[in-house]
Design a binder for this molecule. Structure first.
Ligand SMILES: Nc1nc2c(ncn2[C@@H]2O[C@H](COP(=O)(O)OP(=O)(O)OP(=O)(O)O)[C@@H](O)[C@H]2O)c(=O)[nH]1
Length: 239
């Protein structure tokens, strides 16, 4: 059997895996690197490619430990590379990529009426089992004259950036709210997420029907119950 090859390292770093170098920078900056944190600021040019090689090598080890003959099984020969690419470049890209560019426009017309965007499709994976989470997100914004407005597509882009990390739904919804609050500075912000968790459907309890719905209400949505009702009733008519 082919032995797991040592993890790839950059030539100038004598045997230090690239993940370790990145981790040391994060620790030196006293920042968090939980599964749902973005670490793009600590990754130097060229290191993502080296990280891809490293994850591929580790994945090869996992396949070997699962006693899968990746040499003669044509279906799994490239699986380690595919999985590494899927994690780093697709489903967990929101950990490694910088925030998408978001053009902010001043609220010239001083709009102060309720605005709802959704359903935005959300795709993620739970931090516990790395099983898919698929769902929808609605965003309610109550701007004021000082708020910034952002392009409609940017709600989906920002949500995708947050969701394409290993998440738990409660924290994901709060991260989306914090980011939109920071970008727009509205009077009020309301977020509702409804999602299917495959860790409950595909495995474990195998409950096909239950979904998780959670919400975050900020500012005027918290203080003004009629505004909150208006948002929730408009949203219920759309579901
Ligand atoms: N609160 C919360 N839990 C989640 C989320 N996604 C998955 N989970 C749950 O995370 C839990 C992990 O539980 P553990 O008991 O450590 O794992 P387990 O033994 O595999 O649990 P079972 O899923 O019951 O088989 C499970 O109950 C999952 O259903 C989420 O977004 N939020």
């Amino acid at each position: 059997m082919k032995a797991v090859s040592p993890v790839s390292t950059a030539p100038h770093d004598e045997g230090v895996p690239v993940s370790q170098r990145i981790r040391e920078r994060i620790l030196a900056a006293k920042q968090r690197f939980h599964a749902n944190d973005n670490i793009a600021d600590f990754i130097e040019p060229g290191e993502l490619e080296a990280l891809l090689d490293e994850v591929q090598q580790r994945m090869t080890g996992v396949l070997e430990s699962l006693v899968i003959d990746t040499e003669s099984d044509h279906n799994t020969q490239d699986t380690a590379r595919r999985v590494a690419k899927m994690y780093l470049q697709e489903v967990f890209k929101g950990r490694y990529a910088k925030i998408p560019t978001v053009t902010e426009f001043p609220n010239v017309e001083r709009l102060n009426e309720l605005m709802i965007v959704g359903p935005v499709t959300v795709r993620s994976a739970c931090s516990h089992h790395f099983c898919p989470i698929l769902g929808k997100l609605w965003i309610g914004v109550m701007p004021n004259e000082h708020s910034n407005l952002i392009g409609l597509s940017k709600y989906a882009r920002l949500a995708e950036w947050i969701m394409s990390r290993p998440q738990i739904q409660e924290e994901a919804v709060t991260q989306v709210a914090d980011l939109l609050q920071e970008k727009m500075q509205p009077d009020g912000l309301a977020i509702v997420m409804e999602a299917d968790h495959f860790c409950m459907q595909w495995r474990g309890v195998k409950d096909m029907d239950s979904k998780m719905v959670n919400s975050v209400m900020r500012g005027s949505f918290l203080k003004d119950s009629s505004l909150r009702r208006e948002f929730l009733s408009l949203l219920n008519h759309r579901k």
